[in-house]
Design a protein around this ligand. Structure first.
Ligand code: PEP
Ligand code: MG
Length: 539
């Protein structure tokens, strides 16, 4: 039995086997083989497994994100059946007497280069797909797992580091928890762990040697216990059971109003990263969605999601929430959230760099595609659109002009759209200081305490070394929140908090007393916060 201490991202206990995930570049070696037929069989079997995985991913995506978004897995499965692709692999195994891994990787490289050189943009984009499917087959041949194929049994995932784009692709039903060596507690990977409500630790030294071992994550103490003995295992099973009982007690709050003892109604909403998270929102009985981080839709893909793909996702969210408010934040890409196809330059100081609304205003075609999808979806529910990283009134006016021009186009083309609210994230000190003027421009403010803390304290939220002084309770941050609420109200806006601090139960009463109208938290935090709201007296 061995115990490692790290930092906890989410309290809670997970018990299970560890799966070590390494995203190191695939190393494929060329080997000569004697039994060519056996090698061809190995390939055929790996291909069958890949097709089965892709079909499963298709079915899952179909339920979670709709047909248009799921289609990519169907396309991948079809590409795997392509005759030229298969012939090339089988001929190489037979002609050159080489191992299947090598034949697949070499064919994948050839085909993907061929596609990259084509004139047509559609075929160029397929180059990444070919690479993807070849990597999947090689992975299967090498007996390794990808983030989207964690195996049959749920596992504790151990990795050096996890990017948000990897975390978002994981099959959440197969994850008991995760531990990483790198990362900070305010990174988006950590935020996703909270949304998924799975115990997670950072700062744990992980390596291949952990693979397959039994372990316990103790999210209360920040410990990973590897190979626990019988007594320890029993003790943790007992604690896990106790936690389940505590959660069950909260169930009686479902269906109850979010109202203080003296009658103030609070909007208690949930944060999500994808349509797939809505099941958790409904299960935990949130009144709406206060932050849909739309950029995860972009991070899951190899190319820009089309207007139609986005429309389908937003429409599904609105329909599933059946009239309850859904606040969708426009693309907040950049900094730790990177997608290759955006071709963003490497920056020395990415948190303060080319990101979020700055990219959208600079690349209007990308922004307009998203806004058109949002406005079309607005006909199907109660939509609010929110803009990230605002620092000036001028930015807000520019955005509103673009939205109005699309609405005018829709009027002319008789494309239906609904009534929307427009709001901004208050996550820069600049926005706080001019919040009185900004409040005249929009319907609501949502305070992003993750970035607001980072920019107020000048502490990079990604920097694990500074995690211990990244203090969202700092009086400077709390006064900024107070100021934003007061100025928002003077200008007729409702004001919420959607950063992680909104879920901090030690501050709920203070926030309510400051006049905060809305709290948007990870789905699992909804009922604990409801309990506090219902026990709070404001006067
Ligand atoms: C925030 O900054 O508080 C926020 C909610 O946005 P994100 O964490 O996605 O940057
Ligand atoms: Mg932010």
């Amino acid at each position: 039995m061995e115990t490692y201490t790290g930092k906890s991202i989410l309290k809670g206990i997970a018990i299970g086997r560890i799966l070590f995930y390494s995203k190191e570049e695939q190393v494929v070696q060329r080997r000569s083989v004697q039994d060519v037929d056996a090698e061809k069989d190995r390939y055929e079997q790996a291909k069958e497994t890949a097709v089965r995985q892709l079909n499963e991913l298709y079915e899952k995506a179909l339920k979670e994100v709709g047909e248009v978004n799921a289609a990519i897995f169907e396309v991948h499965a079809m590409m795997l059946e392509d005759e030229d692709f298969n012939d090339s692999i089988l001929n190489m195994i037979e002609g050159q007497k080489v191992n299947a891994e090598y034949a697949v990787a070499a064919t994948g490289d050839n085909f993907s280069q061929m596609f990259a050189q084509m004139e047509d943009e559609y075929f160029q984009a397929r180059s990444a797909d070919i690479k993807d499917i070849a990597e999947r087959v090689v992975r299967i041949l090498q007996g390794r797992s990808g983030v989207d194929t964690l195996g049959e049994e749920p596992v504790i995932l151990a990795a050096k580091d996890l990017a948000p784009s990897e975390t978002v692709q994981m099959d959440k039903s197969k994850l008991l928890g995760f531990v990483t060596e790198l990362g900070s507690s305010n990174s988006h990977t950590a935020i996703l762990a909270r949304t998924m409500n799975i115990p997670a630790l950072i700062g744990i030294p992980v390596g291949e040697d952990l693979n397959g071992k039994m372990a316990v994550i103790d999210g209360n103490k920040g410990e990973l216990i590897v190979d626990p003995d019988k007594v320890v295992l029993e003790e943790y099973r007992g604690r896990q059971e106790e936690q389940r009982r505590q959660r069950e007690l909260l169930q009686e709050l479902k269906g109850k109003e979010d109202i203080t003892l003296d009658g103030k109604h609070i909007k208690l909403f949930a944060n999500i990263g994808s349509v797939g998270d809505i099941a958790k929102v409904l299960e935990n009985d949130a009144d709406g969605i206060g932050l849909f981080r739309s950029e995860f839709l972009y991070l899951e893909k190899q190319d820009y999601p089309t207007e139609e793909e986005q429309f389908q996702a937003y429409r599904s969210a609105l329909e599933m929430m059946a009239g309850r408010k859904v606040v969708i934040r426009t693309l907040d890409i950049g900094a730790d959230k990177q997608a290759d196809y955006f071709q963003l330059d490497h920056e020395e100081n990415p948190a303060m760099g080319y990101r979020a609304i700055r990219i959208c205003l600079d690349r209007p075609e990308v922004f307009k595609t998203q806004l058109r999808a949002l406005l079309r979806a607005s006909a199907y529910g109660n939509l609010a659109i929110m803009y990230p990283m605002i620092i000036s009134v001028d930015e807000v006016r520019k955005i509103k002009r673009i939205v109005a021009s699309i609405q005018a186009e829709f009027d002319a083309g008789e494309i239906p759209y609904g009534k929307i609210e427009q709001g901004i994230m208050i996550e820069t000190p600049a926005a706080v200081m001019i919040s009185r003027e900004l409040a005249e421009e929009v319907d609501f403010f949502s305070i992003g305490t993750n970035d607001l803390t980072q920019y107020t304290l000048a502490i990079d939220r990604q920097n694990a070394k500074l995690d211990n002084i990244y203090d969202s309770h700092h009086p400077a941050v709390l006064r900024m929140i107070q100021m934003t609420v007061e100025n928002g109200h003077k200008g007729g806006c409702w004001v919420g908090i959607c950063g992680e601090l909104g879920a901090d139960t030690s501050l709920t009463e203070d926030f309510l007393k400051m006049g905060v109208d809305e709290l948007s938290v990870s789905p699992a935090q909804v009922l604990p916060i409801r309990k506090i709201i219902r026990n709070t007296r404001l006067l």
